[in-house]
Ligand binder design. Structure first.
Ligand code: PEP
Ligand code: MG
Length: 603
């Protein structure tokens, strides 16, 4: 009998949720080894193909449901799965095992599936992670049918009651499919604040705690759980006192939320008159509406990977043009900054055969893929040029490490602009081209980059990862992933200075800007344009309107002299304390950067 316990993790998406747990296990069912007689071979082969046909049918109906609920783009994730489940080579392999080894359909299928998983999870582990999870999902589907196990359509079933999903990890492809009406919270054992699933949960406004180790042992299906996505705490079978405590804090939050609502129409100006522009990070089409509702003055980062990941094919130029135009139209007079496909790491389209790499995050990714694969990059450049003919968009390059990447990208853009002109297709001659400063190399040559770029946007997620050599997705290292580390702060300062020297506008689009306290620290460092997750806009603005710029600047100056991140946290809290309710905004008392679940103090 499991008892009332408390788990600590990382609060990656704020908000409180109280609901029953639905445990999600992406495991294979138990498949008993079963041999068959030669006379049974044909019927087993037939059973295999029937199970595959049923799996295709259920995927198609899921696709239709997601299409209705979330839209065309998101439903495409199933196209890839429908192709995977019918993979001819794979099924021929299973059939051969049935025929040559007299194995039952499920035994043969599991055998082959394990072989495939081995293949994908070997040296290419992180690289093909998302794809592997898709493959596994489809294989589980067929095995469930062959073994007669009940299939758990947890993520997209039309759930009746509000639930909190508890899982070891949630790949972004799956997060997209969640029934957002009923999934009111997420708890995972893996993942960190800057893992892509966390960013998505935050963008979608689903309270989430990640890196909650031991969650699957402590929580059973159907147990009531209380989740505090701000403090990063999960109360399993909460006590009455815990419920009351969180209710009290929640009511303070609600009061604040009412103030935030009022503040949406007010400008983001500090009490001493410094204006800050708040833009939105948009990862999925459905975030456009809340971004506008919360008063975003444009899009500082339009992630485009969702057009690619989990899908069977690459998006066409026309399809991209339609999407970019749609987003630009929604923001009318404001600028939308579109980012080049940030592929690699764990993000690749299913159809793309990426090489296996020992260190994918130090490997063939982002701008490197764009420059090496013109068939991916050029249609995107054309779509952006076409959009820019009559809309305000700009383009930025991820993971830049040197001037030549920008120069080459600009040349390719120019070639595509010329080609469009020759073909008589309406398009802009040029689009402002910016650089995401998210590698220490880019910081060190920021003065050079400034001379070939139209703007800088700082990606603090990757900049922290590469500066501190800490994998942003590794929950075990989350205590060490500190965006306000002195080594990161010094670089943030250098970037502002390089921008000012060459008159290149600078902004921040990493998650650090979405944190209200750290957002103010960024203002103090000289960043007056912040691009944040849409649900964070009101709170970031509220804090900006309360902390004088002079205070933010003093905090930043002192923080730049600090020897340790802990000192930085102390300095920032000391400066902000007279102006905002820190207990509410920073309940863990350690600034809200990712922290180690083991050392997080209880609130
Ligand atoms: C970043 O690295 O800070 C960033 C904004 O990009 P992403 O999180 O998509 O890598
Ligand atoms: Mg990045």
């Amino acid at each position: 009998m499991k008892r009332s316990t408390t788990l600590t993790g990382i609060g990656v998406s704020p908000g409180v949720a109280y609901a029953t747990a639905v445990i999600v296990r992406l495991d294979f069912p138990d498949v008993p080894d079963r041999g068959i007689r030669s006379s049974e071979i044909e019927s087993e082969v037939e059973r295999l193909h029937e199970a595959v046909a049923e799996a295709v049918e259920s995927l198609e109906s899921l696709r239709a449901r997601v299409l209705e609920r979330a839209g065309e783009e998101e439903s495409r994730i199933f196209d890839a799965q429908i192709l995977m489940v019918q993979d001819r080579d794979f099924l021929a392999g299973v059939e051969t095992l049935i025929r040559n080894n007299n194995l039952s359909a499920e035994t043969a299928y599991e055998f082959k599936a394990l072989e495939y998983r081995e293949l994908f999870s070997g040296s290419a582990k992180a690289h093909l992670r998302e794809r592997l999870i898709d493959i596994t999902a489809t294989q589980r589907r067929v095995l469930h049918r062959l073994t007669g196990w009940e299939e758990n359509e947890w993520w997209s079933a039309s759930l009746e009651d509000p639930v909190i999903i508890v899982a070891r990890e949630l790949p972004p492809g799956v997060t997209v499919q969640l029934d957002r009406e009923h999934v009111v919270g997420l708890v995972t054992e893996e993942g960190t604040r800057t893992s892509h699933a966390a960013i998505l949960a935050h963008s979608l406004g689903i309270p989430a705690v990640m890196g909650a180790r031991g969650a699957l042992d402590a929580i059973d299906d159907g147990m009531p759980i209380l989740l505090d996505g701000h403090a990063g705490v999960v109360y399993v079978q909460p006590t009455r006192a815990e419920l009351e405590d969180i209710r009290a804090r929640n009511s303070r939050w609600h009061r604040l939320e009412l103030e935030l609502e009022v503040g949406v129409s007010e400008p983001a100006v500090t009490p001493d008159g410094k204006s800050v522009t708040l833009l939105a990070n948009v990862d999925l089409p459905e975030e456009v509406e809340p971004a506008i509702r919360y008063g975003a003055e444009g899009v500082g980062l339009l992630r485009t990977e969702f057009l690619v990941t989990g899908r069977a094919d690459l998006p066409t130029e026309d399809e991209q043009t339609t999407y970019y135009r749609r987003v630009a139209d929604a923001f009318r007079d404001h600028t939308v900054t579109i980012r080049a496909f940030d592929l690699g790491g764990d993000k690749f389209p299913a159809a793309f055969s990426a090489p296996a790499e020992a260190n994918p995050f130090l490997g063939w990714r982002s701008i490197r893929v764009c420059l090496d694969q013109p068939e991916i990059f050029r249609p995107q450049l054309r779509a952006i040029l076409r959009t820019a003919a009559d809309r305000k968009v700009q383009f930025m390059l991820p993971l830049v490490t040197g001037v030549e990447e920008v120069v080459l990208s600009r040349e390719m853009m120019q070639e595509e602009a010329d080609a469009l002109r020759r073909a008589g297709i309406r398009a802009a001659d040029d689009v402002p081209l910016g650089v995401m400063v998210e590698t220490p190399a880019a910081v060190l040559v920021a003065d050079h980059l400034a001379q070939v770029s139209d703007f800088f946007s700082v990606g603090t997620n990757d900049l922290t990862q590469y500066t501190l050599a800490v994998d942003r997705g590794n929950a075990m290292l989350s205590r060490r992933f500190i965006t306000y580390h002195p080594a990161v702060l010094r670089q943030l300062k250098q970037i502002v200075e390089a921008g000012a020297r060459y008159d290149v506008p600078v902004s921040v689009c990493g998650e650090m800007a979405s944190d209200p306290i750290l957002g103010v620290l960024l203002v103090g460092l000289g960043y007056f344009e912040l691009s944040v997750a849409p649900p964070s806009i009101p709170l970031v603005k509220w804090v900006i309107r309360r902390v004088p710029y002079a205070v933010a600047r003093a905090a930043a100056e002192a923080a730049l002299m600090a020897m340790t991140a802990e000192e930085v946290a102390e300095i920032v809290r000391h400066h902000m304390d007279p102006h905002v309710d820190l207990e509410l905004l920073d309940p863990t008392g350690a600034l809200s950067g990712p922290q180690d679940s083991a050392t997080l103090p209880r609130t």
